[in-house]
Design a protein around this ligand. Structure first.
Ligand code: FNR
Length: 348
């Protein structure tokens, strides 16, 4: 018998795949054009691809497997497959939300498999923003995590009949940060963050934020399909800021030292580079890699990752940069819609 929480995790996996199929022609990064260099004065063999996830945590590649799953047998199998790929290609990986381990002991195995599979890899634990500091410590301990992600998912909770209704999170985030010894990353789940959010988080001492914007996996759409009691109107299903819009927001943040990670709708090496050029320190990819895995199995995902790891240094070469960090200095042009967004936000 699959319990209610495990059932939800399985539905998320199937519906995320349906959501990918529904959404796959949408490219939120199409509105960004990078300026190439005909004389890059660089050497492909000298390109450094590592990226700073946090001040204390560097990853070998600027993209990583973003938080997806755990908590059911199927989720455990997918985590095993993802962790195998992460190990093979030296990619960091975040687990899906681990809150289920505090209700169901059996769920633990679907997360510990990630560490068992990849004993020396960079693994990031994940919990919701109402987790207690003790729970944060327990989740980190269970998988010997190198960092902890706490997700903010107001839109998703509201549309779930069983979801939270109280969103008084800021003080708790501070308490979690004070309790844990590994870096804390606060992330959205696909609705993006505004400059106000970033400043609030910076004032609370949160130094690393994943703005996870709209344009890829949509939890309002996923929960809407799960939820047979209520339906959001179509225009609400596109709630939030696209990932490029949220990256523009981040350019106006007060604390330039606050590190920004991008995710949401990243489906190619060029998207990774564009996110870097828009100010991201690193990039998380969830729905697209899940799609490769579900459609083609581990072999397809492995081939895809190999291509990304070949193309990323090549694109950096064509742009004349030798490190991911330097991408922030490349020239880029925004399409009229994004440019307009940037101009309006600059004066608000
Ligand atoms: C997610 N995401 C997610 N995020 C999180 O912080 N905790 C979680 O448990 C989950 N669960 C989850 C399940 C599935 C099946 C998917 C596809 C995604 C959100 C994810 O980490 C990311 O923020 C968004 O999906 C946007 O990125 P993509 O999917 O557009 O690359």
């Amino acid at each position: 018998m699959v319990n209610q929480h495990a059932q939800r995790k399985n539905e998320h996996l199937s519906l995320a795949e349906k959501d990918y199929a529904f959404n796959h022609q949408n490219d939120p990064f199409a509105g960004i054009q990078l300026i190439p260099r005909a004389l890059p004065e660089t050497d492909l063999n000298m390109i450094q691809t590592h990226a700073k996830l946090t001040d204390k945590l560097e990853i070998t590649w600027p993209f990583y497997l973003e938080a997806m799953t755990g908590g059911s047998e199927r989720a455990g199998k997918i985590n095993h497959q993802l962790a195998t790929v992460a190990k093979k290609y030296d990619l960091a990986m975040a687990t899906g939300s681990m809150s289920i381990i505090f209700r169901d002991d059996q769920a633990k195995a679907s997360f510990t498999i990630v560490r068992e599979t990849n004993p020396n890899g960079i693994i990031i634990a994940n919990l919701g923003a109402s987790a207690t500091p003790q729970q944060a410590l327990a989740a980190i301990d269970l998988i010997q995590a190198d960092a902890l992600e706490i997700h903010l998912n107001v839109a998703q909770e509201l549309i779930m009949p069983e979801g939270d209704r109280e969103f008084l999170w800021l003080e708790n985030l501070q308490a979690i940060q004070a309790a844990i010894k590994v870096p804390l990353i606060v992330k959205e789940v696909g609705s993006g963050m505004s400059v106000n959010d970033l400043n609030q988080l910076a004032n609370a001492g949160i130094q690393v934020v994943n703005i996870s914007g709209r344009g890829g996996t949509s939890f309002p759409r996923i929960e809407n399909r799960r939820n047979h009691h209520r339906n959001y109107h179509d225009n609400l299903l596109a709630w939030g800021l696209t990932t490029p819009q949220a990256l523009i927001e981040s350019q106006f943040r007060h604390n330039a030292k606050q590190q920004i990670i991008a995710s949401g709708g990243i489906t190619s090496p060029l998207d990774v580079i564009k996110a870097g050029a828009m100010g991201a320190q690193a990039v998380g990819v969830a729905g697209y890699f899940l799609h490769q895995l579900i459609q083609g199995g581990p072999e397809t995902l492995i081939q895809e990752i190999a291509e990304w790891q070949a193309e990323i240094p090549e694109i950096m070469t064509m742009l004349g940069v030798s490190s991911f960090d330097q991408l922030k200095q490349v020239g880029l042009i925004l399409d009229p819609e994004l440019y307009n967004y940037q101009q309006q936000r600059q004066t608000q």
